[in-house]
Write a protein that binds this ligand. Structure first.
Ligand SMILES: [Zn+2]
Length: 81
């Protein structure tokens, strides 16, 4: 009962090790010691692990921003007036 046709592609899965759930959240973060302000890393998280991943980063005092992960590309930049 695996590999059902029409299942979501594997690209947008949770970043938590061993988790294969589809991402519902994006976690944008930065390590101030090695990244300047223009470099941001993005993790993806499912509903279960978004709190874990955010807590992991906050415990290291990294800047973290969590937002709904929207596959429709609502955050596409460019032509918005
Ligand atoms: Zn997960």
């Amino acid at each position: 009962m695996i590999g059902l046709p029409g299942a979501a592609p594997a690209a947008d899965v949770c970043s938590r090790a061993g988790c294969r759930e589809a991402a519902a959240w994006r976690v944008d973060w930065r390590n101030p010691k090695i990244h300047d302000e223009t470099r941001t890393k993005t993790w993806l998280a499912c509903d279960e692990h978004v709190d874990y991943l955010r807590g992991f980063l906050e415990s290291r005092s990294f800047p973290v921003r969590v937002a709904r992960f929207d596959e429709t590309g609502a955050e596409a930049s460019g032509a918005n007036a």
